[in-house]
Design a protein around this ligand. Structure first.
Ligand code: GTP
Ligand code: MG
Length: 222
């Protein structure tokens, strides 16, 4: 499993009102929440491998939101940058991206995770059932996971994005192109990207059907 970390170094000019030590402790708690979610998903994936000879997860990526991005988002929301305000208002400091092999793996993994006793689902955005206007597809969950500290237990939000390899391919390139374009993309380019997203949807559906046909044949032969 591939581990990607895009954590940015702590920027000294970041103006955090309140206790810097507390902010750093908070970062450590979010890091712990990523670890918890990662372990839960790995356990599910390994169980599937043992039980059905199938890995629903192709790979995962993790990121802790960089202090600079935290500050920018807080400023955009018009909020003072204090550790408490950050905790209450940002739910995407800890991020986990789960790249699945097949379309049906997405809901399967999401449902198995969310029904665990210590996981609370805060928000679900199903951009697969209802893709964004530009064609973006992914299942987004915000969950709370308990982190047991020496003196207290914290319920920590984690943003989980679950998508297929094809959806991830599209989202990475679209993100890159948006960034490269500097300003808004032309209508023509947007249309072409949307067309690519539609092709990818058909590809995911066809790959799912082929997978099912092959596994049914496989079972028949045993
Ligand atoms: P943010 O303030 O951006 O976090 O938006 P939100 O709270 O409304 O959450 P949403 O679920 O819409 O998006 C969260 C994240 O999903 C973004 O930070 C991106 O990583 C990803 N995402 C959402 N929309 C797009 C998109 O159109 N293209 C790409 N490439 N990624 C997207
Ligand atoms: Mg975000």
């Amino acid at each position: 499993m591939q581990i990607n970390s895009t954590e940015a170094p702590f920027s000294e000019d970041l103006d955090i009102n309140g206790n810097l030590k507390e902010f750093l402790l908070q970062q450590q708690i979010y890091r712990a929440a990523i670890k918890e979610i990662k372990t839960k998903l790995e356990i599910l994936d390994e169980e599937f491998q043992a039980r059905y000879d199938h890995n629903p997860i192709h790979h995962m990526e993790y990121r802790l939101k960089a202090p600079q991005s935290i500050a920018e988002k807080m400023q955009k929301k018009g909020l003072e940058i204090t550790p408490e305000n950050i905790r209450k208002n940002l739910t995407d400091i800890a991020g986990v991206r789960v790249i699945c092999n097949y379309l049906n793996d997405i809901n399967h993994i999401a449902n198995l995770l969310v029904r665990q006793d210590d996981i609370t689902l805060v928000r679900k955005n199903d951009y697969i059932a209802e893709p964004k206007k530009n064609g973006y597809r992914s299942l987004h969950l915000i969950v709370l996971v308990p982190i047991f500290l020496a003196e207290r237990t914290e319920s920590v939000p984690v943003e989980i994005q679950i998508r297929t390899i094809a959806m991830d391919f599209w989202a990475s390139l679209e993100h890159h192109l948006k960034y490269k374009a500097h300003s808004d993309m032309s209508e023509g380019l947007r249309e072409r990207l949307k067309y690519c997203a539609e092709s990818i949807t058909r590809l995911d559906e066809e790959m799912q059907m082929i997978y099912e046909e092959i596994t049914i044949d496989d079972c028949d032969q045993k």
